[in-house]
Design a protein around this ligand. Sequence first.
Ligand code: DGI
Ligand code: FE
Ligand code: FE
Ligand code: FE
Length: 188
Amino acid sequence: PYTHAELAAKVAEKLTDSRFQHCLRVEQTSRKLAALNGVDQELAGITGLLHDYAKQRSDETFIKLIKTRGLDPALLNYGNGVWHGVVGAELIKDELRIYNEDILNAVRLHTVGAPYMPKLAQIVFMADFIEPKRDFPGVDEARLVTRKSLADGVRYQIQHTLTYLISQGAPVYPQTLATYNAWVGGVG
Ligand code: DGI
Ligand code: FE
Ligand code: FE
Ligand code: FE
């Protein structure tokens, strides 16, 4: 049980100022989406604040955790983009001693999504995508769609992300593809 200031200080300690400011914006956007969707604003805010806690750790840190915590070995074929959420949740447990599975699961899913995402996970996933400083073609439409329907926002984002990865020739983590199939393609 940290106060907000204590938790924010713990997060700030591990991130550059610009990344920490992003976390504060995701916290605020998460609170707003929570209010619109009947989710506890305090819980959503804390999860948003924490979502990128592990973003600036070394590859070696993540590789060691994947090997020692029995995580999906296929994760080793990816990089920080996928690891900081899926694997980063381990560091939130270890270092912050936060064990709330709703929080941890939302952090794990915040980049790759999942076929089934609880509302809290959908909220942080979307807050990360539409926080006020995000600027990409389509972000205003994403904001409008998400305000109207959280699930439509999730569909919008995963379609955008998969299109982006493929345009870059980047490897697609199977869970990212499963998220796309479940939410956009209508499989599962
Ligand atoms: O951490 P942020 O920059 O705030 O945003 P994020 O966690 O949503 O995304 C981090 C990066 O991860 C983003 O550039 C897209 C990338 N990503 C998402 N899914 C996949 C992926 N990269 C690869 N290679 N494969 C994926 O399936
Ligand atoms: Fe992230
Ligand atoms: Fe994201
Ligand atoms: Fe983020």
